[in-house]
Design a protein around this ligand. Structure first.
Ligand code: TXA
Ligand code: MG
Length: 323
């Protein structure tokens, strides 16, 4: 990638940042908690570049940032509890995990294939202006390389991501310096998934009830780091397949054609040209589509382990795990 632009916190800088996001680029931007590494959440390839830039070994669900509660309601379903929290704490350092709405435009990859979505309306004026000008939900994890601490100014961001992202919008130091509080509102029970910028006590006082701890009961990880609620196909998943059995669905990668491909019930190619960013962008939606074909097994071609391939293979292994 070319040199990372440092954009000033003025009209021209904002317009440039919004334009880069709208054409699928990566822009780090300040929020009141920490700097986020933003991409158009509706564009799976742009989202895939976030994981590549961060060197993330797995696809975690990302927080989608929007400019208002109204916009958020097009993406997620807010029950009474979620709506009360949104009205009380937005804009601000609170992320709400809610079921996806039928009108949701956020890519499967940004949601890591889940049927829920983490939404936040940040309070930082620059973040707000950027979201308004971009006119799309912006997926953004903290703007650091995987395994490093979250950045609270533009120099931190450049120290980690210089040359790996298109631009950083320089808005000075983030005030909160701690990530947002994450509350899940799934199944009518509010749960504290991560403590953060809004204290638990403030949320409990508003709701008049205690927050449950951690993820839903019964959603024990199938493998370390994995929420059981992660999308798992109904079909069996057979990895490193170099041939396809009659009636199997085939998930291909690259130009090579496995033996018996003509007997496949359905076939999709993650990337004909062997591009891992393109493959990551297609992964979750293609698994869903092949699952919907009704095949009992999805045979998956080998995917190389380099770059985003590590995260793709990690996700495929989880999908293939016994359950
Ligand atoms: O303050 C913040 O939250 C910052 C700024 C940039 O907004 N962002 C941030 O993102 O900390 P990140 O990717 O570092 O953390 C996002 C967390 C992850 O732990 C992820 O598991 C959780 O949000 N999350 C997002 N969507 C979720 C969902 N649908 N279900 C459960 N957890 C979700
Ligand atoms: Mg982080």
């Amino acid at each position: 990638m070319r040199q990372t632009e440092r954009l000033a916190a003025d009209t021209a800088g904002l317009a440039r940042a919004a334009a880069i996001l709208r054409r699928g680029g990566l822009v780090a931007f300040p929020t009141e908690t920490v700097y986020g590494l933003g991409a158009d959440a509706t564009d799976a390839e742009a989202v895939a570049r976030i994981y590549a830039a961060k060197d993330r070994p797995s696809f975690n669900p990302l927080i989608a940032h929007v400019d208002s509660f109204r916009t958020a309601q097009n993406q997620g379903i807010f029950d009474e509890t979620a709506a009360r929290l949104a009205e009380a704490f937005w804009p601000g350092p609170l992320t709400l995990v809610v079921p996806v709405a039928s009108t949701c435009t956020i890519s499967d990859l940004a949601r890591a294939g889940l049927d829920s979505i983490g939404l936040r309306v940040p309070a930082h004026p620059l973040a707000h202006a950027l979201l308004e000008q971009t006119g799309r939900p912006v997926a953004a994890p903290s703007a650091n390389r995987s395994g490093r601490v979250s950045p609270t100014d533009a120099d931190h961001v450049l120290g980690d991501l210089e040359g790996r992202i298109d631009a950083v919008l320089d808005g000075g130091v983030s005030q909160v310096g701690l990530e947002s509080t994450i509350v899940s509102c799934l199944g009518g029970v509010p749960r504290l998934l991560r403590p953060g910028g809004v204290p638990r006590e403030a949320i409990e006082a508003l709701l008049g009830r205690k927050l449950e701890a951690g993820p839903e009961a019964g959603s024990n990880p199938l493998a370390p780091g994995m929420l059981a609620s992660h999308y798992a196909p109904r079909a069996r998943v057979r990895l490193n397949a170099t041939s396809v059995q009659p009636g199997e669905a085939a998930l291909l990668f690259g130009a090579e054609t496995p033996l018996g491909i003509e007997t496949a019930q359905a076939t999709l190619n993650l990337s004909q040209s062997g591009d891992l960013v393109e493959a990551a962008a297609h992964l979750f939606s293609y698994l869903r589509q092949l699952d919907a074909s009704g095949a009992a097994t999805i045979a998956v071609s080998p995917v190389p382990e380099n770059g985003l391939g590590e995260a793709i293979n990690d996700r495929l292994r989880r999908a293939a795990a016994e359950r």
